[in-house]
Design a binder for this molecule. Structure first.
Ligand code: BGC
Length: 393
């Protein structure tokens, strides 16, 4: 009993106790609804690293949507679909090694098409808000689609979360991945320039899900790509108020009633915004009008990969660390979830049923000269990476 627990724990920690049992091959082109890689496999019951591609339904216009299942050697499983390059489910182990889905979402494509508050999606061209959908760049004023009262949110009416991306799976010695691609045309949702984007999800045997973004443009444009997963490390059983959170941010960007940054960078010290030491999300949420929905200014300043957040769910023992090279992170506590959505596993998503930690440039950056610039110019490459690292305690 003791021994099997130890083996399980080592596996969960990504320590190579299964190393040598699995030799990962280069991915063969995936076939519809078939295991695409994963050698014959080790002893029964021990997971092998593999990728699987399945059909996941069709859009009303007949466009097919696929879903990729990435599994690592410890059994962690991430499912990502081509609609929105969306993380549909993410199974991580608790302290006893039991796997469960820890992101909000739907079991089928239909739910995503009907009503999804960006569950797991890749958002862009500019994540979060641009005030009144206006910004001026190189002397020209651009008008974007308005989809959030008088403002532009998460790329507009048809953002990157609502398009079908091209996809190709691949494998490395110690990881499996999918590379998604999308060409956002000049003028799409009001943005200037043809923007060529790739998003790579890589699941490693170290229990990391690495999300890397690249983009190039033929006209200057703002770009701010992120992933909009709602996490719940109770596996959706209850709300997220008991999760402990730490953020490496001494400052945040206060907002007005429409959730547009005022332009100030305020210290968190002495306020309910302070997560520089761990606090449960629920401890002071009542002091924050509407709940947390704020951009934190990361102490790293962006540019190099650094720890941004650590989350611990005491009952399951699950821990997630987020590392990023972005200058900010949006902490959103699912304040607009209201019980009208029943998601994966039949869970009813009430207020605070999930939280998002969206690594990003600050909201409304194109309108604030004092914020780090989110402008990409022809000849430059937009490149950023965010790592979600899973463990237990
Ligand atoms: C924003 C929220 C918004 C939510 C949409 C978050 O990134 O900060 O204000 O309501 O996305 O689901």
């Amino acid at each position: 009993m003791r021994k099997s627990l130890l083996v399980l724990a080592l596996g969960v920690l990504g320590i190579g106790c299964f190393h040598g049992l699995v030799g990962c091959k280069k991915a063969a082109p995936p076939k519809e609804s078939q295991e695409s890689i994963g050698p014959a496999g080790p002893a029964k019951g021990i997971p092998t690293m593999n990728i699987r591609k399945d059909g996941f339904g069709k859009l009303p216009d007949g466009t097919a949507v696929d879903i990729f299942t990435l599994t690592n050697r410890n059994g962690l499983k991430a499912r990502i679909m081509t609609y929105g390059a969306t993380l549909v489910s993410l199974e991580t182990p608790d302290r006893n090694g039991a796997l469960a889905d820890c992101v909000l979402g739907y079991e089928s494509l239909d739910g995503y098409l009907k009503a999804s508050p960006y569950f797991g999606a890749t958002v862009g061209r500019v994540g979060n808000r641009i005030a009144k959908g206006h910004f001026t760049l190189d002397g020209k004023t651009y008008t974007l689609a308005l989809n959030n009262d008088a403002n532009h949110l998460h790329g507009g009416l048809k953002g990157f979360d609502k398009v079908v991306w091209s996809a190709e799976s691949f494998s490395e010695a110690d990881a499996v991945g999918v590379k998604f691609g999308y060409l956002s045309k000049d003028g799409e949702e009001g943005y200037p320039g043809n923007l060529n984007i790739t998003v790579v999800y890589l699941l490693t045997n170290d229990n990391e899900l690495r999300i890397s973004y690249e983009a190039t443009t033929d006209k200057a444009t703002p770009v701010n790509l992120t992933n909009h997963s709602y996490f719940n490390f109770t596996a959706g059983v209850r709300d997220i108020l008991g999760h402990e959170l730490m953020l490496t941010a001494d400052r945040y960007t206060p907002v007005d009633k429409g959730l547009i940054p005022t332009g100030k960078l305020d210290p968190v010290k002495g306020t309910a915004m302070d997560f520089t030491t761990p606090f449960t999300i629920g401890a002071r949420i009542a002091k924050v009008e509407g709940g947390y929905d704020h951009n934190y200014v990361l102490n790293s300043g962006g540019g190099t990969l650094a720890l941004a957040a650590r989350v611990y769910e005491p009952e399951s023992g699950r821990i997630m660390e987020i590392l990023t090279d972005q200058p900010g992170i949006q902490f959103y506590t699912g304040n607009f979830l209201d019980g009208t959505i029943t998601g994966t596993g039949g869970h009813v998503y009430k207020k605070n049923w999930g939280f998002c930690l969206e690594t990003q440039h600050f909201p409304d950056s194109p309108n604030h000269a004092n914020f780090p610039s989110s402008i990409l110019r022809p000849g430059q490459v937009y490149r950023t990476v965010t790592v979600l690292k899973f463990s237990v305690k």
